[in-house]
Write a protein that binds this ligand. Structure first.
Ligand SMILES: Nc1ncnc2c1ncn2[C@@H]1O[C@H](COP(=O)(O)OP(=O)(O)OP(=O)(O)O)[C@@H](O)[C@H]1O
Length: 678
């Protein structure tokens, strides 16, 4: 049993450390470098002017910024600003101004969020309402993003301050103060009318279990086992039972994935979140778009048009007094606008049986007085526990369903000092066993192993322990169902993750279990020794393939980090390139091939060797290779030294057929070049 307030207090202090680590990383550069240097590092844009100014959701001022015509206009220089980044817009310091004055200027600037990035413009929604945009040249600089942390902080503080009488049954179960309500065995056998009759047995069992559970259900979905696929059925089944649902994921893409799949079922749903961050295919369900297009939206349209015309007249007026008068009128209009928009938004939400947002977005004011019966979180193993508490607390729901895979990498923690050990987590015996078809590797303790390779102590709060992990430790397998049929990999590729991580429980679906490159449906791939094998190990053992240390400029760029040390293995890269050449010569399409490696130094080297020659090839780091599916994946593991040191590869979950969310899919062939497992 965990004391809730103590837990929240520990989380708050860990979250603060993490925030400090992030701030240190991004602020270091901004505070110590000139604007020009920041622009070169991709963190700032100079010589901007306002090309348009309008009103966005919430009556916010939205600025579109492009290069000042005085400097020739045209395309923006290369930059690293992305939608969702927090930035400051300020009058640009003149060349001769000293650093101190520049800092002053930066502080006078107004903060906002990047909402759109085009070749020639960047659009920013400003945080402050009554703000005068200077007429001179502007610059935009990326700031450390502490918004996420503020919301996490708010949520954990709320949990910390709750009186025991305020704890719902769900909260008590989530902390082991009550046991989950027992499910009568018959409830797990009831016949259901399936919307999707093709669901496999483990998927049907997981859905029955989630429906019958009273407080909490974990759905464990290894890579490609149709976790999201079966969540759609679960949502439809819950709707049949007249339940109201809040469905969340850690990233926008994880949420959009569900919206896209639900759309064909004509479910009354609303997707929260800024439209600029959503997939175009889900925009019809976006709250902001609906507030403009739904029937009820008429009452805000007129006022929005009036505000827009005032916004543009501000830009044309040079006279200070006139400008101030317009700002005054805008203030009144904004107030009325917000009242009306609030009514439209609340009506739209009331009509929706399913509301979808990121975990973070579930803490917005829109959901303040909405009640939900069930919260569903997809990709739950990619989220910090504190993030999962945002929808749990804001929804007041009595039931929580988490879908995830605790045997894939957890979210990255910057403040965590990763420990390196000499003993590889995967041994030569593991690999030989896989090769020989003897699959008996046991990982009983896996759920307790954190990214540092240490065991969790009971009640020892760690940021990297996800809610999924903690609940599994707390209540055991009784609250979990596992999906076992995977639809991605040849069975020989599946054999390693299945034996090393999933207790040999994975089954390859008929459609994929014998898929080979030579049989790819779209191509004329020849039958060669490179295309008829699903899994190839390239043994680079010996003195010809030494690893080397190199400065990792690619990894450091744009992050404000000091140049980090990374590793390369040149001969291994040459071997990987040779394999790519052979595959392409046999007729495999370049777009169907990915080369991944855990080290940024090796990634940079592989890019130099392959990118131009094989345009369309996918190159990525193991951790960052998110959501990709490829027919052929080549993994270059780099490490090769007499001491058998493998650094951060000492983590089984890093070698699992995936990285972060969602997993890398290995369809027809996996080739691994390295010797470190020996
Ligand atoms: N019962 C089924 N019958 C046939 N195909 C299925 C079934 N369930 C899932 N699939 C297919 O398997 C693939 C993986 O499904 P999905 O993307 O839902 O898996 P996931 O486990 O959520 O994926 P990830 O590993 O990316 O988290 C999809 O192409 C899906 O259509």
């Amino acid at each position: 049993m965990t004391d809730i307030s103590t837990f929240a207090t520990s989380q708050l202090s860990l979250l603060d450390k993490e925030l400090q680590a992030e701030l240190a990383e991004t602020q270091l550069l901004t505070e110590t470098h000139a604007p020009n240097t920041l622009q070169r590092a991709g963190l700032a844009l100079l010589n901007l002017h306002v090309s348009s100014q309008r009103t966005g959701l919430g009556g916010k001022t939205v600025l579109e910024l492009g290069l000042d015509p005085a400097v020739g206009g045209g395309e923006l220089p290369e930059h690293g600003l992305r939608v969702g980044d927090i930035c400051a817009v300020a009058e640009q310091p003149k060349g001769g101004e000293r650093k101190k004055e520049r800092e002053g200027m930066e502080k006078q600037g107004v903060e906002g969020v990047v909402t759109r990035v085009h070749k020639e413009t960047v659009t920013v929604a400003l945080d402050r309402d009554e703000v005068e945009i200077p007429n001179g040249k502007l610059w935009l600089v990326k700031l450390a993003n502490d918004v996420t942390w503020k919301r996490l902080n708010f949520t954990m503080t709320r949990l910390q301050k709750m009186q025991p009488s305020e704890h719902s049954t769900l909260t008590q179960v989530l902390f082991g103060q009550s046991s989950p309500t027992r499910i009568p065995p018959d409830d797990l056998k009831s016949e259901l009318k399936w919307h999707d009759p093709t669901l496999n047995d483990s998927q049907q069992k997981a859905i029955r279990f989630a429906l019958a559970s009273h407080e909490v259900a974990l759905i464990h979905g290894p890579p490609g086992t149709g976790k999201t696929h079966q969540l759609i059925e679960l949502i439809l089944q819950l709707l049949d039972r007249d339940q109201r649902l809040l469905v969340c994921g850690p990233s926008n893409i994880s949420v959009d994935n569900i919206v896209e799949r639900l759309a064909s079922h004509k479910v009354p749903m609303v997707r929260l979140g800024h439209p600029a961050r959503l997939l175009p295919s889900v925009l019809n369900h976006s709250l902001e778009v609906l507030t403009k297009t739904s029937e009820a939206a008429g009452i805000v349209q007129d006022i929005r048009a009036e505000m827009d015309s005032k916004q543009s007249s501000i830009r044309k007026t040079r006279n200070g007094r006139e400008r101030r008068a317009i700002y005054g009128e805008m203030k009144d209009l904004r107030r009325v606008y917000r009242q009306r928009e609030g009514r439209v938004v609340s009506d739209l939400l009331k009509q929706s049986k399913v509301v979808l947002s990121t975990l973070h977005g579930a803490g917005g004011y829109h959901l303040k007085n909405e009640g939900f019966d069930v919260v569903i979180v997809d990709e739950a193993s990619q989220a910090l526990e504190a993030q999962c508490w945002i929808p749990v607390l804001s929804s007041g729901a009595a039931k929580l369903v988490l879908a995830g895979d605790h045997l894939q990498l957890p979210p990255t923690i910057k403040s965590l000092n990763m420990k390196q050990t000499k003993k590889p987590a995967v041994t030569k015996a593991d690999v030989d066993n896989v090769a020989n078809g003897v699959l008996n590797v046991s990982i009983k303790d896996e759920t307790k192993v954190n990214a540092g390779g240490k065991k969790d102590k009971e009640d020892d709060v760690k940021l990297e322990t996800t809610l999924f992990d903690r609940l599994l430790n707390l209540h055991g397998n009784a609250i979990k169902r596992m999906l076992t049929t995977q639809y991605r990999m040849h069975e020989k590729i599946m054999a390693f993750p299945s034996s090393a991580l999933y207790d040999n429980k994975l089954i390859a679906a008929d459609a994929v279990k014998a898929r080979l490159l030579k049989d790819l449906p779209h191509g004329n791939v020849e039958d060669t020794e490179d295309t008829r094998e699903p899994l190839v190990f390239w043994d680079t053992q010996g003195g010809d393939f030494p690893e080397k240390v190199e400065d990792d400029e690619a990894g450091a760029k744009g992050k404000g980090a000091l140049l980090a040390e990374s590793k390369v293995n040149e001969n291994e890269a040459a071997l990987a390139a040779l394999h790519v050449r052979n595959l392409v010569a046999a007729g495999v399409q370049v777009e169907d091939i990915a080369v991944v490696t855990p080290y940024n130094g090796q990634l940079a080297l592989l890019s130099r060797m392959l990118k131009e020659r094989f345009a369309g090839i996918e190159l990525g780091s193991v951790d960052g290779f998110q959501g990709r599916e490829k027919e052929a994946v080549i993994v270059s593991l780099v490490r090769s030294n007499a001491e058998h040191e493998v650094g951060f590869l000492d983590e089984k979950r890093r070698l699992n057929g995936n990285s972060n969310n969602p997993p890398v899919a290995l369809f027809a062939q996996l080739s691994i070049a390295n010797n470190w497992m020996r």
